[in-house]
Each structure stands twice: as C-alpha cells, then as structure tokens.
Ligand binder design. Structure first.
Ligand code: GLA
Length: 730
C-alpha cells in the first residue's frame, strides 16, 4: 500500500513508484522527518543522530534530555514554540496576544483517494484505488488548537502532496500569524536552490545558486503568484544536471501571495518550505473556525532535474487540470490584441477572422475593447455590457458570423477589476479594496474589486452569465492586470484575512462559472504570466505565458516555465515582426517553431498585413502543428540546452513509449566558418533506429544519443530546425 503505519515503531511510510517518504512519531509525540528519496524499505530512523549539542535551547519541558532538541531534529511540521529556532511553518498567538504552541501527535487516519480542500484547488484522483491520503492529527492542549496534516500519495504519478487544516477547537480565539503548507528537512547535503524569477513580459527565468548559511526566500506580496517569482522551487545536489543527480521540488497549488524559503542552519542542515506569504497576513480563528493551508505538490528524482519537470507535467496535466478540455486538443487560435489593440470594429474583426479561417485557424478571440466605452485602458472595467455600436451588431450576430466562417468564438474579460470611470464604481465605490481616507494606488488605472465579498462575486457572476448566455461563446480569456496594494475590505474588522479570503473568492467565482459552462475553454492570463501557477491550472487548463511574444525572449520564458508546468498549458503565439515589445525581427519559421513548443498554439497579429506568400507558410505551420501537438502535450520534455547559456537552444519531446520524437533547435550564436553545432538527443529507445520524417534518413538511436545530430553549417542567427523522428522496426 502507498501509505503504511507501523504501530510498533510508529513509522509512517509513503511510497510511490520510485520514491519513499518516511516520518516517525517519536516518544514525545513530535513528528520527526526521516527520509524523502529513492524508493527503499526499512526503518530510516538511523539517519537521525542524538547528541548534546550545547543544550542552549530546544528541549521540551517534559523531556529533560540534552541530547534531544527540536532545534536540531528534522521535522515534519515545525511550529513556533517548540524550541526550534529555525523558520517555522506555523506561528499562532493566543487571545492574550502571546506567541507559541505545542503540537503533539494524537492520531492519524489513512483513506483511499486524494484528499480535497474546501474552497481551494487540489490534486485529485480519478479512481479511489489510484491514490491514498493520510491525515495526521496534532493537538495543543493549552489552546485547544488542532492541526490536521494532510498527505496525498499518487504512486503512479510519483508525487506526494501536502496541505493542512488548522482548527480552533478551544474556547478562546487564536490568531494564525504564519502558515506554510510543506517542509522538507535535510540532515546534510551540498545543495543548490533553483527559483524562477522575472517581471512583466520576462517571466520565470531560472536562477540557481548554492544554499548558504542563513535563509533565502522568494515570494510574492502582490496578492497574486506574480510575474516576478514563480511559486515553484527546486532543490538539488550542487552537482545535479538536467539528467543526473538528486532533485526535489515543491509546486504550490495557490495563486495568491506566497513564500518559498530555504534555510541552512548552524549544523549545515537545510530546511525547505513553501506556503502563504506573511505579508498582511494575520488570521484570527474564533472557537470552531478553521483555516486551510493550500496544497504543495512534491516530487523527487535521482535522475536529474529533467525528470522532476516530467513528473510535474504529468501530475498537473492529468490530476490538476480538469474537465472537458483536459485531454482535448486545444484549438489553434488567433487573438485580436497584438493585431488591433483597442482599434477595431465588428467589420475589421470579421476581416481578420475570414483570413484566419482561410489559413486553418480554429478559434477567433476578441480581446480587450468590446464592452461599454472601453476604447482605452482607463475606463469601463466592471461594466460587462456589449458595445454593440462599436461592433456594429449584437454579440450573438458577431459570434454567428464568426461561427459561419468555421471558427469558434471567444472573448476577453477581466472580472476582478474595476475602473474608476465605470458605472459599477459610480454605483458601488465601496466594492473596491481600498483604505478609507487613503487615496488608493492605481495599477493600469484600475482598482481591484473585493472578491472576498459574496455580493461582489454574485454581481460578477450575473454579469458574466449575462454575456456568456447571449452568444455562442466557446472560449474565455480571464485576465488580471494589477496587483493588490490596498488590501482593505469594508466587510471585516480583521484585515489580515483579506488577501487569503480574496483568493478563496476568486476560486469560488471561477468554480461557479466552469460548473455552469463546462465546455467553455477558460484561458488564464495576468498581464501575461502573472498567475502562472498550479492553482489557476485547476480552473484554466491553458494560460497566456507572457505578454512578450518575441521568439528570442520566449525561448527563455518558455524554457523557465517548463521546469514546473506542463507544455499543454503554455499559451504561445506567433506575432508580428519587428516585435512590438522589443523591436526584434525573427524569421517566421522560427517564430512558428518557438510557439509550437507550447501546447496552446496560436497567432497574435494582423494576418491581413502579411505578404501573401506568408499565407502558405502559415498553412504549413498549422498542419505541422497538428501533426506534432500530441507529442508536445503528451510527451516527455528533454531540455537539451539552455537559451541563456548555449549557442543553440534545443529541446526534444518524446512520446512515453519512445515511438516518436521531435527535436527543435534555434541558433543563438553564429561565427564565421564554424563547425556545425551538434545536438545530442535523449529518451529514444536504445538500440533502435529512427527515421527523420522530412528527409527520410534513418539514424541509429545510440548515435543520436551519443555524438548527436549536426545542424546545418553556415546557418543564420535565429535559424531554427525541427526534426521529427519515428522509430522504425528492425
Ligand atoms: C493584458 C494581457 C494581454 C491583453 C491585454 C488587454 O496585458 O496580458 O494579452 O489581453 O491585457 O488589455
């Protein structure tokens, strides 16, 4: 069984196909973390050593043993007040304002299936027998505080997930001041940490460095997971590479503010943890109330970082993404934004749609600018009524005309926001997050609606249903274009709850909508990739990766995004050159190859501005995409080289059974009379032969995976090559 409790040794062991995770309830009732690594059996408590290490602090009052200190021991759930002076997962204050608690094991239960979390996204199981869940109950007697540690094990996905629920089962209020969901304590190791950093239009660049003494954290105080830091982190051996060495990862299933921290302590031990941001967080619980800490997906690999990515891809693709679109091919789309911005009318949209249909595009997306007086970005958010004057027809008529061309029709919305210049704001100025008496901070000239309020959510639900019911709409792009600065809600006196409750409100609204419109494809967006996280992926199985569509920059953005998140989610479009953000020109072939690295492929330019001969090129691009999209979405990814460090950026997608593969390479450096660049492939069936489909040449897999494949010599900057390989019998 994936979860085992040994009542004699008090060991709890979690097992997946290739990993083992073990903890122990010690004689004092504390939960000691023993092991997370390659699959094994037996008792790993030998890994924990006990000795008098000066006894400065850390011995619980009933222990009186200087060789026992929670300041040294690896723990499952370190909390403040135990004598462990490292960074805790939980900090609480009692009704008197005093800090500290003492949580001890009282029991546990094991059940079939994955646990679910009220109001929050979580990894799910399809069949009860494909997963098991563990609930470990801890209790603080003084406060009557209960903590339920939740572990979900999906053995064939090779993931273990963690979350927890804090319940006030006492008689007085307590306040949760810090709440992290998961922790990994390492008793030794020369470890690196990888985080993914960026900004608007340049998201998720990998950053790797050795874990030194002290603590290092990334996170977001923006009320969103953010364009700046991704809620995904890898810790690995200092010597680990894409293909070798040990690596561990945490992926937060949450879209609000977060913190991901690594801390190297006085004994060179490392603690890794992930959870809610402490920023403006202070959550009171009255007797009987509870607080749920969002889930963290954990993975371990002893075959390098690349395998971590493939574990995350499969888990998110199959057990986070849900519903009608989860396993369906995503329609190739054209989006009006970079083609027209706000400057369109119904006729110009139809002109674009006609060309799109002629080229084989399947979905037409009318982006921002179709509602109320929205001809620029300083007004009308909140007023979700169709501007029929601008469109020259009703929304239903426009959708029908687009459908008649053979295209699906979709729209852009940004429901969580409100413009000061809007009827909604004039009617309900108190519906925004803003401090009374302080001028609110604007972002893109807009304010954030208080989605912690049920009346605000109901209004948005009604307005959005009003739109979705009036026309044949099969796709919605759900945008979110500023962060939360003034986190003040008029409906509570506990402002430390607002950022968390806001996120619960967003999830509630999305859940209601996807239940009511199960076949509508929702694409997430937040100034591009500002909420590119596993939480949003539960509701939106594709997300616009970045507002930056330059193919060169996209190599880095998509490379970084691929470490934690599946390619099927990755919205990637071919846009016009010179690029509107950085003025760069890249060949159309390369723009196509780079966009085809994402499983949510499309175009974002005025197709009618292209020279006629580009049309055939685009038709071929789309048909090539249809031929490879299942390998991109369903296959394993191999990052063969890096767009940040190498002369060629190459990646490979291989179907799990090794029968088909694609290798794409983009040249990023050219020199005079140079030797060819060789790309070494991975993941092919050893000993087999593979035919490259364009040339018909047959290559031995062992040679491709040893000396590699030469790219054409004397190539140009940004030249790109896409090879398709099929295993041949015999
Ligand atoms: C954001 C999105 C863009 C586009 C604009 C519209 O920036 O990321 O793709 O939808 O909003 O205002």
């Amino acid at each position: 069984m994936p979860i085992d409790f040994n009542s004699a040794t008090k060991l709890i062991t979690l097992t997946t196909d290739t990993t083992t995770y073990q903890m122990k309830v010690d004689p004092y009732g504390y939960l000691i973390h023993l092991y997370y690594g390659a699959r094994t059996s037996g008792d790993m408590s030998y890994l924990v050593t006990y000795a008098d290490r000066s006894g400065m602090c850390g011995c619980p009052y009933d222990v009186h043993d200087r060789t026992y200190s929670l300041d040294v021991l690896p723990q499952e759930f370190p909390f403040q007040g135990s004598g462990d002076m490292r960074s805790p997962l939980l900090v609480v204050r009692d009704a008197e304002g005093a800090f500290g608690c003492d949580l001890r094991y009282v029991g546990h239960t094991i059940s079939n299936g994955m646990f679910s979390l009220p109001g929050l996204p979580a990894v799910y199981s399809e069949e009860d027998d494909e997963a098991q869940s563990l609930s470990v109950q801890l209790r603080d007697e003084r406060l009557g505080l209960e903590v339920e540690l939740l572990y979900g094990v999906l053995p064939h996905f090779d993931v273990i997930t963690r979350a927890l629920i804090v319940t006030n089962a006492g008689n007085a209020s307590v306040t949760v001041e810090r709440l992290q969901s998961a922790c990994l304590d390492f008793v030794h190791g020369d470890l690196d940490v990888m985080t993914f950093n960026g900004r608007h239009a340049m998201e998720r660049r990998p950053d790797r460095h050795r874990i030194g003494h002290g603590s290092f954290s990334v996170g977001s105080r923006r009320g969103m997971s953010s364009n700046q830091y991704s809620p995904f982190m890898i810790v690995c051996d200092h010597a680990a590479t894409e293909f070798n060495g040990r690596a561990w990862a945490m992926n937060y299933v949450y879209s609000g503010g977060f913190e991901a921290e690594v801390e190297r302590d006085q004994y060179n031990q490392v603690r890794v943890q992930m959870g809610l941001s402490d920023d403006r967080f202070s959550y009171p619980l009255n007797p009987g109330e509870r607080l749920v800490a969002p889930e963290v997906i954990m993975a371990y690999s002893h075959e390098g970082i690349g395998r971590i990515s493939n574990i995350m891809h499969r888990c998110i693709r199959k057990r986070v993404c849900r519903g009608y679109w989860r396993d369906r091919r995503r329609p190739v789309l054209v989006n009006s934004w970079e083609a027209m911005h706000f400057n369109f009318n119904g006729d110009s949209l139809l002109d674009l749609a006609k060309t799109a249909a002629d080229l084989g595009i399947e979905l037409f997306v009318m982006d921002d600018g179709w509602f109320a007086e929205r001809d620029n970005d300083i007004c009308s958010l909140g007023d979700w009524r169709v501007n029929e004057k601008k469109l020259g027809r009703s929304l239903a008529e426009l959708a029908d005309q687009i459908n008649d061309l053979g295209l699906k029709f979709g729209i852009w919305v940004e429901p969580e926001m409100i413009s000061e210049d809007s009827d909604l704001y004039r009617a309900h100025p108190d519906w925004v997050l803003a401090l009374p008496g302080k001028a609110p901070t604007l972002g893109r000239d807009q304010l954030v609606l208080d989605l912690s309020r049920a009346d605000v959510r109901d209004n948005l639900f009604e307005q959005l249903c009003g739109i979705l019911d009036q026309a044949h709409i099969e796709y919605v792009k759900w945008d979110y274009n500023r962060c939360i600065t003034d986190a003040y809600s008029r409906t509570t006196t506990d402002q430390g709850k607002v950022l968390y409750d806001y996120m619960i409100g967003v999830y509630d609204l999305l859940e209601r909508l996807i239940k009511r419109y199960p076949k509508v494809l929702f694409e997430g967006c937040s100034a591009g990739g500002g909420r590119y996280d596993a939480g949003m992926m539960y509701y939106t199985p594709q997300i616009w990766t970045s507002d930056n569509t330059d193919a060169d920059n996209r190599l880095t953005i998509q490379y970084g995004s691929s470490f934690g998140f599946p390619l099927s989610v990755m919205g990637a479009h071919v846009s016009a050159c010179p690029n509107e953000i950085n003025n760069r020109t890249v060949p159309l072939t390369t723009r196509g190859h780079v966009a085809m690295a994402g499983g949510s492929f499309g175009y974002e330019l005025d197709l009618n501005e292209l020279p006629g001969r580009a049309f055939d090129h685009i038709r071929r691009q789309i048909s090539l995409y249809h031929e490879i999209e299942n390998i991109v979405c369903e296959g394993e990814l191999y990052r063969l080289s890096s767009p940040m460090d190498d002369d060629v950026c190459a990646w490979e997608n291989v179907l799990e059974d090794g029968s088909e593969a694609i290798m794409t390479a983009v040249v990023l450096k050219v020199e005079g009379y140079a030797q060819a660049n060789y790309v070494t492939l991975r993941g092919l069936t050893p000993g087999a032969n593979y035919r490259e489909l364009t040339t018909g040449v047959v290559y031995p897999a062992n040679a491709l995976m040893d000396m590699g494949m030469p790219l054409p010599v004397n190539t140009e900057m940004y030249a790109s090559y896409l090879y398709r390989f099929e295993r041949v019998e015999g």
